[in-house]
Each structure stands twice: as C-alpha cells, then as structure tokens.
Design a protein around this ligand. Structure first.
Ligand SMILES: [Zn+2]
Ligand SMILES: [Zn+2]
Length: 247
C-alpha cells in the first residue's frame, strides 16, 4: 500500500489542511523562524496534518490532530546546509492544530533601517526607483513563500509496493504527468542516496516518515531540493520532527 499526494489545485493560503506553500500557521506571537547558518528568514515549504495516531493525512484537522510545519533556508542555496537534518538551516515543527494564526512576515532589515532614519520616499508613480523597490520586495517574498498554494490530494494505491511504482501506476491510470505527484504520506522513504532515517532527539528510536516531498510541477513555484526529494520524519510520542533532502 502506497499513499501518494497529488496536485489538488489551489487552496486558501491559510487553510488548515495538508498543503504545499501558502502561509505558515503557528500559535499567536510566534516569530518567523530564521536560519542558524546565515541568520536570515527561512522559506515556508509545507504543512502536513497529523492525525491522533501521528499518521500523516490530508484533510482538515480533528480536535486531537496536529500540524507538521516545514521551513528551509533559501537565502544562500548550496551554502546554508538546509539539506541536513537538524543543521539549523531548516525547521520541522509539530504544533497542535487548534488556535493557530498566520505568522506575520518578517520586516526586511534594510527597510527597517530606512524607516529608522526617516528615509522613506513619498509615493511617486513616475519615479523609476520606486518601481525597482517594489520588485525587490517581491524578490524578498519569494525567498520566504512559494509562488503557489497547492492542496494535496490523497491517492491510495493498494497494490503498489513503493513510491516509484505507485507514481508510474497513477500516471498511467489517470494520464496525468508524473510531476503532478507531490510526494507520498507515511510508509517507507524512496531514498535517492543512502538511508538517512534520523533518530529521535528525545528517545533515540528511529523516526517515522510522515511525508516525502517532490519539488513540484512548476519550476517557477517549486521547492528547491536540488532537483531531488525531501523527507520529513516524526516521533509522535515525543513531538519531535526532522527534515532533510537528497538529490
Ligand atoms: Zn541560511
Ligand atoms: Zn522519540
């Protein structure tokens, strides 16, 4: 049995469902997480609903459910070690699914300074510099948020022994491209390199795969795993999570 998640179309950016992209949810007052390598804000990747047993599901959360929330640094791709579990350049958090609000976007450091020194320019639609400023702001948002919010639709393939055969079977059955497969829930990771299953930081037991993620169907809105795959693990009893990717 393999459970794939496939491109389920657009969904509200703050929906409490399993989704790729959109805005991160957290308890009120939570600050946007920053990278331990470069100190800059990380990019929000995805949130996965975990049911009462700790299994990853796609639907809206029940009262006992939790959210697995995933971030990775995109400020210096290839330099900050966001592919490494617990490097501090990525973040995997398990949160209670109730009472969460969107985390406010961090204020860019340069804008902060401008305001402090009273250098903010007045609005002038003819000022070419102003247009440039707006473009820069958009670039900064791309480092924080993906360009699309995608719902994850579950596809249960009872006869497929692993991810790759399940993906091929789904594409053949539906006629949809393989890159509409966003990943898989639970089960066994389909490693591209060697087995890097992390141990729980609290109980030292091997952690359980919650989700394997592909970069996504559109290069413009894709997550960056070096054209590879990402893996998020949990130890539900200890409320521990870890994220890594391989290519
Ligand atoms: Zn970084
Ligand atoms: Zn544990």
């Amino acid at each position: 049995m393999t459970t794939l998640i496939t491109e389920g179309g657009p969904v509200a950016a703050d929906a409490t469902v399993t989704r790729i992209g959109g805005v991160p949810l957290a308890p009120p007052g939570t600050a946007w997480p920053s990278c331990a390598d470069c100190g800059g804000p990380m990019q929000f990747l995805a949130q996965i609903v975990l049911d009462g047993s700790g299994a990853a599901v796609t639907g809206g959360p029940g009262p006992q459910d939790r959210l697995l929330v995933l971030f990775a640094c995109q400020n210096r791709p290839g330099v900050c070690q966001d592919w490494e579990a617990r490097s501090g350049a990525n973040l995997a958090l398990i949160l209670p699914a109730q009472g969460l609000v969107p985390i406010p976007l961090p204020v860019p450091a340069d804008l902060d300074e401008g305001e402090a020194e009273g250098e903010e320019k007045e609005d002038d639609p003819d000022d070419p510099d102003e247009f440039e400023d707006e473009e820069e702001d958009e670039d900064e948002d791309e480092v924080l948020l993906l360009g699309a919010t995608r719902a994850a639709e579950p596809q249960h393939l009872p006869d497929a022994p692993d991810f790759d055969s399940a993906r091929a079977a789904w594409a053949a059955r539906t006629g949809r491209p393989r890159n509409h497969v966003l990943g898989r829930l639970n089960g066994t990771p389909a490693w591209l390199q060697y087995d890097q299953t992390p141990s729980c930081a609290t109980c030292a037991e091997p952690m359980r795969l919650a989700v394997q993620l592909q970069e996504g169907p559109d290069p413009l809105t894709a997550m960056n795993f070096g054209s590879g795959r990402a893996y998020a693990f949990t130890c539900s009893p200890c409320t521990e999570a870890a994220f890594l990717w391989q290519c």
